[in-house]
Ligand binder design. Structure first.
Ligand SMILES: Nc1ncnc2c1ncn2[C@@H]1O[C@H](COP(=O)(O)OP(=O)(O)OP(=O)(O)O)[C@@H](O)[C@H]1O
Length: 244
């Protein structure tokens, strides 16, 4: 059984069918890219998986449980984590405190008052920061980080609770080519314990880091397969011109 199973998912906005009959399987420890032309439904699908809105039809199963109508909080507790396009760091707090808050919201009040938990949280915060080369900036105000570092902080925050699946919507938006390359490098090791579903316009970036791609076109799955299979596909070539 796949870690994430999307079955027959549809989403309508008024009279518009943004998604129709979408099936996607994401296996544990794999990086899965959602690609397709503008308006093909990538973000709509990611939001249905994240719980930012509900699918109009179909089911979404995560780690064996039906999450189709689960709240974002219930999904997070089940092991789903996400970072969306809009930056959500708290600029007037330190880098350290931004991660700490994410972890504290997962704890019960009782466990927080025990110093043992506080010590454990410190280790988790530092581990999350080290993963994205931010440990030396722990005391810096998040608002003083570069744009790329803020994006990394957000990914570090999403990964701090050690989810089973991370959802990323255009994580490299606004980054320099070098920052993009490093982002790929920093994401790679998490594959050992976390799967990834990523929407990203930079095709080279997505081909470099993903094992599997699903191509959407007009709200439907055009093709799903390994990066090599998708690259060889004539029908995908047809849809793609210069930009996805
Ligand atoms: N909240 C909404 N209300 C109405 N229509 C919406 C809404 N969200 C998305 N849509 C429409 O659904 C379709 C799919 O949009 P979506 O943003 O999922 O595409 P996308 O593949 O992520 O596009 P892009 O690559 O441009 O980000 C589009 O026609 C879009 O206008």
């Amino acid at each position: 059984m796949a870690l994430l199973e999307v079955r027959g998912v549809g989403k309508t906005f008024g009279g518009l069918k943004a998604l129709e009959g979408v099936d996607v399987d994401v296996q544990s420890n794999t990086f899965h890219g959602l690609i397709g032309p503008n308006g093909s439904g990538k973000s709509t699908l990611l939001k249905a998986i994240a719980g930012a809105h509900f699918a109009s039809t179909g089911t979404i199963t995560f780690d064996g449980g039906d999450i189709t109508r689960a709240t974002p909080y219930e999904r997070a507790r089940a092991g789903l984590s996400l970072k969306f396009q809009i930056t959500a760091v708290l600029p007037s707090l330190s880098v350290y405190d931004n991660v700490l808050i994410v972890l504290q919201t997962r704890e019960t009040v009782w466990s927080l008052v025990r110093s043992r938990t506080r010590g454990a949280l410190h280790d988790q915060v530092m581990e999350a920061l080290e993963r994205f080369r931010l440990a030396d900036h722990a005391d810096t105000l998040a608002g003083e980080l570069s744009h790329g570092q803020q994006q990394w902080l957000e990914i570090a925050m999403a990964l701090a609770p050690r989810p089973k699946l991370l959802l990323l919507d255009e994580p490299t938006g606004g980054m320099s080519p070098e920052e993009r390359r490093v982002t790929g490098e920093l994401l790679e090791p998490i594959r050992q314990w976390c799967a990834l579903v990523i929407v990203e316009h930079d095709l080279d970036f997505i081909k470099d880091i993903c094992d599997h791609l699903t191509v959407l076109q007009q709200g439907q799955v055009l093709q799903s397969g390994t990066v090599e299979e998708i690259e060889r596909s004539d029908k995908v070539q047809e849809v793609y011109t210069t930009r996805v």
